[in-house]
Each structure stands twice: as structure tokens, then as C-alpha cells.
Unconditional design. Structure first.
Lengths: 230, 237, 237, 230
């Protein structure tokens, strides 16, 4: 249905670039949605939202109606996003304090939250805040609130680590951010639905693949995968 | 209580006892009450518990409080940053206690203290290491964690503007933790860009009513508006 | 979701199913969404659960909803008033269920629903008949009661002004329950004095961000500003 | 200490009038306090607060900085107090919604709350919302929040019912509003401290009497009464 917004080679024989992946995520966001884009890869999605989509961005540090990065001479240190990067405000924006901002997120008012991830389980568990390395200084920010707060939380990531290890697993091995909270993974190689669904497989259902066959994907991940209802 | 209009940040901060719990507003540079933290550094209190979203950057005043081992414990959502070396060193040396709290829980727990609540159930953090040891229950089929209020002896907050009775308005995303922290401390100290006559802030637009504010100090406008830390540590009224 | 700009109150209220829970803003006349309640009366839904601070006055629309036995249950802090005869009669006849809730608990329980919380502990009501059967515990030595969130299918709210994306500002003590109810309903319908172009409400002064608003209808200014019920039941855009 | 603000006959041989009682309550409220005056008798206290006292009135329906009743031609139906009576706003006022308003009250930020009462117990229990009559339509409003929320809750009432029954009792017989929440009773006949204190008596300590002796007061109430620490 959103195929026309995906670059042509996205559905041909090669994995998606970061920009193509961002465009693929953006294509699934319905016009008029309220959206929170997590720090890192998900922020790229903003560049691919059509101007007339009526999509409104929330940043959990206290702004609804966030606009793009300003010109360097218009940077305002008191107008930043959750990644502490300067942003702008659009017409119709509103500011609020942290408790009100997280009430908005945690109360299920944000339609879609796009998150980065270290690992996702086939049942929708998310691990994206801690590498679990001993001695590492931990930090969580709003990750746990975002994971469980939105109407729909999706993950945007490469499907394999730099070492070639799958990031979609039967069970996450890293410390969890949330339990059963992710409904879909958008990756360079495939779009895969996770979490509750028909379970004649390992609980994950392939929506699309890029440059790999269904069978190759299963082998790559060491998982039996279903097909998303279509 | 009448609001104290202080001439300097040091006077505004006043006596802070050793062992106090101090809330510090700000999310990164936005809303950070730089001069009030500098004043706390100068004032000398130690054995502090600090409640703040971050744990200091570079050589800023909060980082120096940690460097000087004046902070016994920090309650914080995001201590690790590229330039949080003083916190990182203290943490690795086991010389500072960290209570890591999801940002939404941090805000809501502070609000709960200010609102007189004894705690609340939230799905945030369920099934994660940050909820370990906490009471949980199913509420309408959703697993939830019981979180407790966080209160403080002193809150240090930055706002844009105050009037003579302490009503505050903020500026853009610098609002962040200020309004909730102001409600949760026995004493709330606020640095503002300007103090305006009582009656010149529209009652419909007040964000923090003066009842929550104990002391106000006007601080150099460029600093406040741009959020840039000044070269000098002195404070102008 | 895009905000629906309706031409009439009836169009704004839209389909309300029998058995719905409906929140109705207002504290006495201030903030009462008179024309929206009239539209609900006209629309015809029954078996309703109404969440509202009061239970109707004289022959107003809420009172008439009760008179017509369209309200199965009311969740309310202050039903009894000098002119609440329709509620009084229904209550004495055992034909309406009353959940009496302290006003602060009512507001906080509605907020909890909007904020995604599963409940909270509060000292309010402890040891009184209104806490009977509820879970209690000591929190830091203070006896507290566990209170649960209150959510709704529809909220009917009155505000002063909306812009094109549904941002709202209110007027004086008519603000009361509107901002919390707007967060706690699946569908929030708002009558306003005027709709202004998007961008003309200062983002610092928005009280209800548009994300909480589903439909807006402009209603005759005299009614809205004076809070006086008009003679005619018709609704002007 | 506040004796000069009490009309001279207040400390002579006769019970206080309503106005004298209101003045007596007002005299104990420290300059600069934030105060909530309950519906009914307590609203009279507002008329006796010195103009230069810096005392700020809160009304729980959403206003801090409440002023007196307006002239009839300046009545605004959207500017009312908790008793739904038209009021005004003073310079430095602020408006807020119900959850914020009750957070202010319940969070212990109001210095003094003055409440009416049907009954108060010597341990500070309050009954002021229900007459307990079968078939009566109940209503509670903010009474239970006000009773336990302020830094200090005091009661203003006649000490006897119209039938001559004491309203200060060992135990309240009417449904409670709050437990152990009242610290002082201001009445036409006496000012009496209740709640935690030295208990070589029935838990209530007389501060002042008007037109009765300590012994007469004890007999009238059927209680042994202590003396408030001076």
C-alpha cells in the first residue's frame, strides 16, 4: 500500500541503506499521527515524512510540534530534543513540563514510537539501554517509558550486529527495556512483526525482505519465521 | 511564606545542611540553574543526595560537586554522557551511589511527592533490572511496578521570569523538570532572567504558582536566555 | 489524529454508544459544556456512566439526562445541591447508582488514567466510609488508600479558545476539570468560544495540547463567556 | 500575642459573635500564609485579614490569589469559589486545573485550612460532610482532601448544636471526614487544641474561653480538659 514511497531498489536484490530504511519506516506512519522518534537511527525518519502528512513529532523533554534542526545561527540552547540536539518549533507547537510530557507518552496518547535496539525477542521484548558489560556506567533516560507508553512501539535497526550476530532472538540476552512491547522491526534486511500473533512458528512473521529470501533470513537468524497476514 | 528576592545566587541558595537532598533542574544545558549550582559548590555543603536528570558535564558545577566528593548519591535517569568523566570516575571507584530511574518515573515520582501521594503503579520498568526488588501487580491485566515519591530539602530551578510573589514562567524546553521539582522540595530556589512587577504575568499563563517558590534571584540575561555558561563565576543581579 | 472542526454541537458529539462512560467538565456553571450536554441529550445514548463533579442543576441538560433515566451511574464529588431535584429523586428511588468520590481523588484518578498509571496511594478518605473496602497501607507512617484510575469513552469539555490542531486555553475558574478529562477519554469533544488560526496561541501558554482533542465546535460567545444557559437549545456556529 | 486584634469584649464575659469568631481565627493566621477557607462560616475569616498581611487565599476549584466578592455588575460566572459564589482575582493570582489545584492542597503546600464541622473528636478526627441521616443524598466535595492536605487544619464552629449537644466529643458519632487531622477548634465559647499532645486529660487543651470558666466548659462538654501550653 505504501510501496510507491519506497525507492525502487528497496524491494529488489539489496539490503536497505539507512535512508531507505528511514523512508520505509516513514511510509508506514499514517497521516495525522503523533510520533516520537528515539535517539539515533530513528531520528532519520523525520526527513522522510511528507510535509503535508500532518504528522506531529513529540520530544519527551517537553515539546509537541517539533521542527527540524535550525540553521547554525538560529540555534537556541533552550530548544533541544531528547538527544540534546537543537531543534525548532512549528506552528501549533506546545511546551510542557516533564511530568506532563511523560504522562502524554505513558498514557498511550502517542500513536507511534520508533526506537533503536540492541536486541528484540520474537515475543516483542526490547533491550536497548544497556550493553550489560561489567563496569559500564548505566544510563536509561526515557527508554523504558517510551518502550511501553505509546499506542504502538516499533524498532528500527540493522538486523545483525557488526559481528554478524542476530539482533532478533528467541530471548534477549541483554538487560531488558520492556517486556512484549515491540510490535514490528524495521531492518536493513527485512521487516518483521513480533509479539502476540499466530504461533505456528517462533512467533515472528516476515512482512518483507530485502536482498534475502525467506529461507535465507531464517537461516541467518536461526529462527523459523512465519508470514505476516497480508 | 513571602518570597525572598535575593541579590546573589549564594544568598538565594542560603544554608544547605550537609546530608541534604537537593533537586537540580535541567535537561542537558536547557534549564540548568548554572549559577545556583555554582553557589552550592561555593556554599560548601557535602554528603548530598542529588536528584537530577544528568550527572554533570565536563567541568560544570555539578561535575565539580562530584569531583570534590560532595555528592554521596545521585538519583538520575541519564548519568553517562560523553563528557561525564567526573561522574564516571567516581562511579567506577565506588565513591558515589547511583539510583538509576527511568526519566518518566523520575518526573512522576517527583510530582507524586509534591502532590502528597504515597506512590503509584506504572508499567514502566516492569520486567527490567530497574524494577528488581520492587512490588509488582497486575492492574487490569497489565503488569505494573509500585514507585515511591521523591522529595527534597532544596530544589534549584531555572525559569525565565518571576513576579514579586514568585509566580514563574519558563522558556521552551528549558521548562523540563523545574515545575515538578518546585513542588517537591521544602525550599525552592529559582534563578530567573528577570523579575517583573506582581500583576504583570497573566494569571492564565503562570506555570509555577508562587506558593511553590521560596527564593528568587535574577541572573544575567545572556546566560539565562542562551543557556551558555559564562566565563566568570560571579553573578550579577 | 486530525482534529474534527464541527459546525454543530450534535455533529461534534457524534455517535455515543449506549453504555458509554462520559466525562463532563465543569464545576457548577463554570466550565460546564452546556451545548455539548444538550447535544448528548438530543443524540439519545442511554445506560450511561457519567463522571462529573456535580449531578445537574434545575432543568439543565445533565439533570434532564438523569430525569430521562439515561444515566445508569454517576461518579461525582458533590451531587447534592439546592436544585438537584432530578438527581435526588432518582437516587432516592434507587434508579441511579452513585459512586461518591472526594473531589481531589476524582481529579487525581482522572489524571492517573490519562497518564497511564494503574493507581496511587493517598491519605484522602482514609478511615472514612468512602474508603471502605479499599486497600490501605502505611506509607512512611501515614495511612493511605489505594485509588484507581477513572477513564472514559468520551469527554465533553468547554474551553475558551482552540487552534486548528486542537490546542486549548481556558478561562479563569472554568478551567477546572477540562484539562484532566481531556487526557482520560478515548474521544474528547470540546466547545470553545472561538477557533483561531494555528500558530496564534503562544506555545508557552497552551494548557491542553491538541493531541488530547478529537473534535472542536465553536459556540456563541455570550454563552461561553458568561456561562449563562441560553434560552434556545439550538447551537450557533 | 494577637490579642490586640480581638474585639475587647471577646475576652470578657460573653461568647463570641460570628464576626468576633472570624476575627479570632484571622488573628492566628501568620502574615504571608497561604490559606484555604472552607465553605460556610470559615468564609467570614476573609473579611478580617489585614490588607497588608500578604495572606493569599486558595480556592480548590482552581485559583490562588482569590479576592473578595465583586460588585453585582462585575460578576463573572466563570470566576467563582468552591462554594460557587462569584469572587475576584488579585494581582499575582494564578489559575490551574483540578488535579494541579488539589495537588497544591494535598501536597501540604497550603499553610492553614479553616473548616466548618458537625463534630470534632478530642484526638482531632473530623466529621463535616455527612449528617448520617438515612435517605439523605450524600455529597463530599473537597472536604476529605482539605481535611488532611494542609500543613495545619483548624475548625471554626459553634461548640454546641442548636439542640445544645456538644460538637467536641471523645469520638465522633457521624461519618468521618478525616482521622486525627484537626489541630485546633475555634468556637464561640472557647478555643481548644485537639489531637496529639500531653494526655493527662481527654486529649483536648483549652487555649481561651469566652463567657465560661474552664470548669463550666468541662461540664458543658462532659470532658476533662487540659490547658494548652502557654
Amino acid at each position: 500500500m505504501s510501496a510507491e514511497t519506497i525507492p525502487a531498489d528497496a524491494r529488489s536484490g539489496s539490503p536497505l541503506s539507512k535512508a531507505q530504511l528511514a523512508a520505509r519506516v516513514a511510509a508506514d506512519i499514517r497521516p495525522g499521527s503523533y510520533v516520537n522518534l528515539g535517539i539515533g537511527l530513528p531520528t532519520l525518519v523525520a526527513d522522510h515524512l511528507p510535509e503535508d502528512s500532518g504528522i506531529t513529532l513529540h520530544t519527551e523533554n517537553g515539546l509537541l510540534g517539533m521542527g527540524p534542526t535550525p540553521e547554525p545561527d538560529a540555534v537556541d540552547p533552550e530548544l533541544i530534543n531528547a538527544g540534546k540536539v537543537p531543534v525548532t518549533e512549528l506552528a501549533g507547537a506546545s511546551y510542557f513540563h516533564q511530568a506532563d510530557s511523560f504522562a502524554m507518552m505513558r498514557g498511550g496518547h502517542i500513536d507511534v514510537c520508533v526506537l533503536g535496539a540492541f536486541q528484540v525477542s520474537t515475543s516483542g521484548d526490547l533491550a536497548n539501554w544497556s550493553t550489560g558489560k561489567p563496569g559500564a556506567v548505566p544510563a536509561v533516560g526515557g527508554a523504558m517509558d517510551l518502550a511501553v507508553g505509546a499506542k504502538r512501539s516499533v524498532v528500527m535497526m540493522t538486523l545483525l550486529t557488526k559481528d554478524g550476530q542476530p539482533k532478533l532472538l528467541r530471548e534477549c540476552t541483554l538487560p531488558l527495556t520492556g517486556v512484549g512491547c515491540v510490535s514490528r522491526i524495521y531492518s536493513d534486511i527485512a521487516v518483521i512483526d513480533v509479539g502476540p500473533g499466530r504461533r505456528d512458528d517462533d512467533g515472528a512473521r516476515v512482512v518483507e525482505t530485502y536482498g534475502v529470501t525467506h529461507g535465507e533470513l531464517e537461516e541467518m537468524l536461526g529462527l523459523r519465521l512465519g508470514f505476516a497476514a497480508g | 511564606m513571602t518570597v525572598q528576592l535575593a541579590r546573589t545566587a549564594l544568598e538565594a541558595v542560603g544554608d544547605v545542611a550537609d546530608g541534604s537532598t537537593v533537586m537540580i533542574g535541567g535537561f542537558g544545558p536547557a534549564g540548568q540553574p548554572v549559577e545556583l549550582i555554582e553557589a552550592l559548590l561555593e556554599q560548601g555543603a557535602g554528603d548530598l543526595v542529588v536528584v537530577s536528570n544528568n550527572a554533570g558535564n565536563g567541568e560544570d558545577a555539578l561535575a565539580r560537586l562530584i569531583l570534590e566528593r560532595r555528592v554521596r548519591k545521585i538519583v538520575c535517569s541519564f548519568p553517562r554522557q560523553v563528557d561525564s568523566w567526573h561522574f564516571d570516575a567516581a562511579y567506577r571507584a565506588g565513591e558515589i551511589e547511583l539510583e538509576l530511574v527511568p526519566q518518566g518515573n523520575l518526573a512522576e515520582r517527583i510530582r507524586a511527592a509534591g502532590a502528597g501521594l504515597g506512590g503509584f503503579f506504572t508499567p514502566t520498568g516492569f520486567g527490567t533490572p530497574l524494577a528488581e526488588g520492587k512490588e509488582t501487580r497486575l492492574v487490569d491485566g497489565v503488569p505494573m511496578v509500585l514507585e515511591s515519591p521523591i522529595r527534597a530539602d532544596v530544589a534549584l530551578v531555572k525559569a525565565l521570569r518571576a513576579d514579586g510573589v514568585g509566580n514563574l514562567v519558563y522558556r521552551k524546553t528549558a521548562r523540563n523538570f523545574g515545575p515538578v521539582m518546585a513542588t517537591a522540595a521544602r525550599r525552592t530556589v529559582v534563578q530567573v532572567h528577570e523579575v517583573v512587577p506582581t500583576g504583570s504575568i497573566d494569571p492564565e499563563t503562570v506555570v509555577t504558582p508562587g506558593i511553590y517558590v521560596d527564593a528568587v534571584v535574577p541572573i544575567d540575561s545572556v546566560t539565562t536566555l542562551a543557556g551558555v555558561q559564562p566565563g566568570a563565576r560571579g553573578v550579577a543581579s
